[in-house]
Design a protein around this ligand. Structure first.
Ligand SMILES: *Cc1c(COP(=O)(O)O)cnc(C)c1O
Length: 361
């Protein structure tokens, strides 16, 4: 590595992403929590009727106004509470470059999204993980520790990844109340929460001016490749991102138009989310019947515990891969006897169950 590279960059580890096999015609990909169903037909229609030659010659609308208005309406907030980002991941990066000085403390409940420490290291912030224990409730000491570290930024994922555990608004409200800096609630999987739980986190924004909420089109709207997400927060937190720290043309017009089409078809989305919830219930029950227990999940994945008397998690992961079924294995003390399995279509889930049955017999 060149001596010209910043010290913190030279010494940090990059993000290690889930496998993205190149030849993916026959495989069953349950390793990176993509939506197994296609995006709304309105998105495909919008794509097919784009005048791309005209669109891509000029710069896009810098503020993605139309999309921002639709997102604001959907969440019952104003345009000024929203900044559209190039994938949720850009929102996470901007949360650090806008608010966290090098050396300031960044806390996150660990394990969760492994991109947080990577982005914090790029910013040369000081990383303070707060350990989960079995059960996946927010660590009891979370509020105390973010205060003792005087954390400028704290991250929680709801529903939690990789367990799928769900936290109530009340729990998050208390943490936001006592947070010494910003609390960013990463809701990458919120679309899959059971509607009967009445989770409306945008309500937190009315009460707290130190809360940021992250959403993405990648999972719920089946648009992982499009790179589209957004941050919601008080105008005081959102405006420096909108007007200063993001790239001025961070969202291309094709992204903007397809995002609008996706949001306009709530009926389709609700149908897909419902289907995934049904598949999730079925998959969890079937895994339990095979001796693979799991925490109840409000997300589009299940964290299955592998009974190591028959086969350990890593061997099962490898055996499934040989059968062209990809799931996620993590090298982590709390996760080493578990596999994170994305909820697939009914057929994919059936193939997975049959394969696990064969392998563990
Ligand atoms: C997928 C995901 C994101 C954002 O993904 P993008 O594709 O960049 O929108 C953020 N947080 C978590 C926990 C995720 O799983």
């Amino acid at each position: 590595m060149s001596k010209l590279v910043r010290k913190n960059i030279a010494s940090m580890e990059g993000y290690s992403w889930g496998e993205q096999p190149k030849n993916n015609t026959n495989l069953i990909k349950l390793n990176t929590n993509e939506n197994p169903y296609p995006p709304s037909p309105l998105v495909i229609q919008a794509l097919q009727t784009l005048h791309a030659d005209e669109l891509i010659r000029t710069y896009p609308d810098p503020l993605a106004d139309e999309l921002r208005a639709e997102v604001a309406k959907l969440n019952q907030v104003t345009d000024k509470n929203i900044v559209i980002t190039n994938g949720g991941d850009e929102g996470l990066r901007l949360s650090l470059t806008t608010f966290v000085d090098p050396g300031e403390n960044v806390c996150f409940a660990d394990p969760s999204y492994s991109l947080y420490p990577v982005l914090a290291a790029i910013q040369d912030a000081s990383i303070k993980p707060i350990a989960y224990s079995e059960g996946w409730e927010i660590p009891e000491a979370f509020s105390k520790e973010i205060n003792s570290h005087n954390a400028k930024m704290s991250y929680l994922v709801n529903p939690h990844a990789p367990s799928g555990n769900f936290y109530s608004l009340d729990t998050l409200d208390k943490i936001a109340q006592s947070a010494p800096g910003i609390l960013l609630i990463d809701e990458a999987y919120a679309d899959f929460i059971d509607p009967s739980l009445n989770y409306r986190s945008a309500d937190l924004l009315k009460k707290h001016d130190n809360v940021l909420i992250l959403r993405t089109f990648s999972k719920g709207y089946s648009l992982a490749d499009l790179r589209l997400g957004y941050l919601m927060g008080s105008e005081a937190l959102i405006s420096p991102i909108t007007s200063k720290t993001r790239d001025s043309y961070n969202i291309g017009s094709i992204q903007q138009k397809l995002g609008v089409a996706a949001i306009s078809d709530q009926e389709y989305s609700r149908k897909i989310w419902n289907q995934i919830r049904e598949n999730r219930t079925y998959l969890r029950k079937s895994l339990t019947a095979l001796g693979l227990n799991s925490h109840p999940s409000q997300s589009n994945f299940i964290l299955a515990e592998i009974d190591s008397q028959k086969v350990d998690a890593h061997s099962l992961y490898l055996s499934l891969k040989e059968e062209q079924i990809f799931v996620r294995y993590f090298q982590n003390e709390l996760l080493k006897n578990k596999l994170r399995i994305t909820v697939g279509t009914e057929e994919q889930n059936e193939s997975l169950i049959k394969a696990i049955e064969r392998i563990t017999q």
